[in-house]
Write a protein that binds this ligand. Structure first.
Ligand code: GLY
Ligand code: MN
Ligand code: MN
Length: 459
């Protein structure tokens, strides 16, 4: 959500409809839409994430920042895009690295200033180092700047100095930005509704993610390590074109399944235990996000099956509700209702159900939300509620997860002995369609009979 209200001079959103992504350069179409949204008196600055050191002189593999990639397709670090809607000569200014043969021999090719127009569509290019000098001049005449403050302190410093310098230079005689607006309103609302190209990309990354899980189920056997299982799954991701997982894979067996962000993945799968796998493939910048929980031996015991069935019922009921118009929060209300009823029936929560919900007693065993937007980021951008709403109604083109879970962490006070250490989550990726939804991750089984059929088949 923006820190300040949207610019009052923003053009009506209906002007966007003139720009479609179905043909031509999808990044250019997105820039045109964004410019229509921010309006001709504003500017938008989107900056590449800095490279991150991993150890000594080795960096983490560079992953372009999602907003910058969405708008330009440009993949290099040390870059920034400035959009100046309505500018007669250069509405799209790109700051980037110069070409440097020595560095290109070590690290790979760079676009460079001379090729910025041909390769990225920029109307004007400067070096990244010139940003501090050029930004105040380029902002002259603009009333506001759309920029994400608080992400990159070094860049904030450059932007704030430029903002101050532009104001000083204008001295009230000319217009200079008087507000910095969080890009959520303009840019992240665009990312929330997936275009046809993005829907295809979501289908693809979800298919690859599902293929990894299916492989994981098939090779599971007692005595295997969590990291071996992780490797089997990620092998499929990479082989099918994923640049990497979209987030660190969680492979937790036994009580590790109760640690929501468990990523050590170094224990051994034991006969009789469950294993919980939360892993998704990032393919062409879009990521899947799937969780499945299955028995290491292929057979659920009675307690495990009871909890599994309850989580599955909650998940399926929530999925059955999805259609345009459904308020987002009703999905969580649905899973909470089903899970709380089930836990009360089992005597694991004290009733009545309404009171257990009101008191949030269910949080002892179900302590996270039901899902999140999904796209270029695993926890994708976009507001869950807009001004005056409890939560926003679903719209065709939105993608999100539905992922209820129940966890009996052994350290939790009075954890019921029979269920101690059981952790179950079931997560699918959902696309809202005109009349309902498409489960993008349906390629991986979740019915207990199907799971029992497939687990260990290729072990
Ligand atoms: N894998 C991250 C999540 O499910 O939110
Ligand atoms: Mn998720
Ligand atoms: Mn997940």
């Amino acid at each position: 959500m923006s820190a300040t209200p949207p610019d009052a001079t923003t053009e009506p959103l209906s002007t966007e409809s003139a720009v479609r992504e179905s043909t031509g350069d999808m990044h250019a179409a997105r820039r045109a839409r964004l410019m229509a949204r921010v309006g001709a008196t504003s500017a938008a600055l989107v900056v590449a994430y800095p490279e991150r050191n991993r150890s000594n002189d080795s960096n983490h593999p560079y992953r372009p920042s999602s907003d910058l990639w969405y708008l330009t397709g440009f993949e290099e670090p040390e870059a920034a895009m400035l959009l100046l809607p309505g500018h007669p000569e250069h509405p799209f200014v790109l700051f980037l690295r110069e070409r440097n043969l020595k560095m290109e021999i070590w690290d790979g090719p760079r676009v460079g200033l001379e090729r910025a127009r041909e390769m990225v569509g920029a109307d004007k290019a400067f070096t990244f180092e010139q940003l501090e000098e050029e930004l105040p001049k380029l902002l002259a005449g603009r009333a506001s700047l759309h920029y994400s403050l608080g992400v990159d302190a070094a860049m904030d410093d450059v932007v704030l100095k430029s903002y101050r310098k532009a104001l000083r230079t204008a001295r009230g005689r000319a217009r200079a930005p008087t507000s910095i607006i969080e890009p959520g309103e303009a840019l992240h609302e665009m990312r929330l509704i997936k275009s046809p190209e993005e829907i295809e990309a979501m289908r693809r990354c979800c298919e690859v993610s599902a293929a990894g899980h299916v492989r994981g189920m098939r090779v599971t056997r007692p005595g295997m390590t969590e990291f071996e299982l992780q490797a089997e799954i990620e092998h499929v991701f990479r082989k099918q074109g994923a640049r990497s997982p979209g987030y660190p894979s969680i492979v937790g067996t036994g009580t590790n399944a109760c640690v929501l962000h468990y990523i050590e993945n170094r224990d051994t799968l034991a006969d009789g235990d469950l294993v919980l796998v939360d892993a998704g493939a990032e393919v062409d910048y879009y990521t899947g996000d799937i969780t499945r929980t299955w028995p290491v031996s292929g057979e659920f015991n009675g307690y495990q099956r009871t909890i599994y069935d309850l989580v599955l019922r909650a998940q399926m009921e929530a999925i059955s509700l999805v259609k345009p118009g459904l308020p987002w929060h009703e999905l969580h209300e649905c899973t909470v209702q089903v899970i709380t009823e089930g836990l009360c029936d089992l005597g694991l929560l004290e009733g009545p159900v309404e009171k257990a919900i009101e008191d949030k007693a269910f949080k002892k065993f179900y302590m996270h939300g039901t899902g999140h937007w999904l796209g270029i980021d695993v926890h994708d951008v976009g507001a869950y509620a807009r001004e005056g709403e409890k939560s926003r109604p679903l719209e065709a083109g939105m993608c999100f997860t539905i992922e209820p879970g129940i966890y009996f962490h052994p350290e939790v006070e009075n954890c019921p002995t029979d269920f101690l250490g059981i952790g179950v989550r079931i997560e699918d990726d959902i696309l809202v369609t005109e009349d309902g939804c498409e489960v993008l991750t349906r390629g991986v089984p979740k019915e207990p009979e199907e799971i029992m059929e497939i687990v260990g088949k290729d072990a």
